[in-house]
Design a protein around this ligand. Sequence first.
Ligand SMILES: Cc1ncc(COP(=O)(O)O)c(C=O)c1O
Length: 388
Amino acid sequence: MTTPVFDPVSIPVFDTGTTARRRRSAKWRTHPADVLPMFVAEMDVALAPPVQRVLADAVAASDTGYAVALPELGQALAGFTERRWGWTVDPGWVAPVPDVGVGMVEVLRLLGAAGRPVVFSPPVYPPFWNWVTEVGAHAVEVPLTDDGSWRLDLPALERAFAQRPAAYLLCNPHNPVGRVPDAAELAALVELATRYGVPLVSDEIHAPLTLPGETFTPLLTVPGAADVALALVSASKAFNLAGLKCAAVVAGSAPMHAVLTRMPPDVRWRAGHLGVLASVAAFTDGDAWLDGLRGALADRFDTLGQLLAEQLPQVRWCRPQATFLAWLDCRAVGEGDAPFQRFLQRGRVAVEPGTRFGAPGSGFVRLNVGTSHELLTEGVARMAAALR
Ligand SMILES: Cc1ncc(COP(=O)(O)O)c(C=O)c1O
């Protein structure tokens, strides 16, 4: 781990090459030590000072028992969503879950998805397929538009919704393409869902990482959405807390809250106590640090754009509106559907293979820029060297 930094001005502190390798998380232990990992969605950043403090205090007090998430988690989340997006969340309609994946699986069970179709839009975060399979449902893919704009394909979604699937899983903002669906697009989605009686489940884990100048629309703020939709939220991506296990399912109407009340009672015992403490601190006192982080990520994307233009002009990309993930079109580098192998084998840099995100990812890779300027520069240099 990096040395804790209690930064009074809340400027995010990123690891350098020396400090990053002290971490023992999946990002740093999946590949041999000579590989620079830029794949899994963890950032190389020191924790936000309010989060560091609450965790250090809990460990010092041996306060490591079971979590009691409510009411604090719901209240902290409601404060955050109101301040950031004007989204009024009722803290009583927030259900704690260990992580977004568990929350999604539990919600699919509550919606009676077993044996039925569940629709989502690749290229998308690979566990979308696994979650659907885990509950015994079957995946129906309605890809994002393939004209480079990566929008929801509303006519194709209408055809899929007419088959009365158990749910549509929205990725908002969308991983890996980094797009934030706009309010009109979401309104059209809600209209379709209402017309065909299809519940919507919105994975909003990347929402706090909407970049400066871009607008995130929480699905439940779209008129009519609260009657048909649930949202999954977490501090874990933006504040780098994935290992601490805390997320939440949010309802915005009495009928959808009634769905959540059928959640198995043991689920709340599975959330991590440290995750709850950290999430409450992040949602309550993390705004300044988060804004600093968003600025730093925008700077990384500027750097990436320059580095790609100089060193990898054959790689095309579209600057994301959110997340710390860049979706790189490597179809012109001539490695078929698996350019990541060449980057790994010859460049010793690990990026996510595009095909993990579904067939539309063929020829793409996903690069994690949630790191220092130094490591990002080294990563792109390794990719460029791999193609020489
Ligand atoms: C869109 C999306 N949803 C969910 C997750 C996983 O969240 P969790 O670790 O809370 O299950 C990720 C992780 O990167 C993600 O990108």
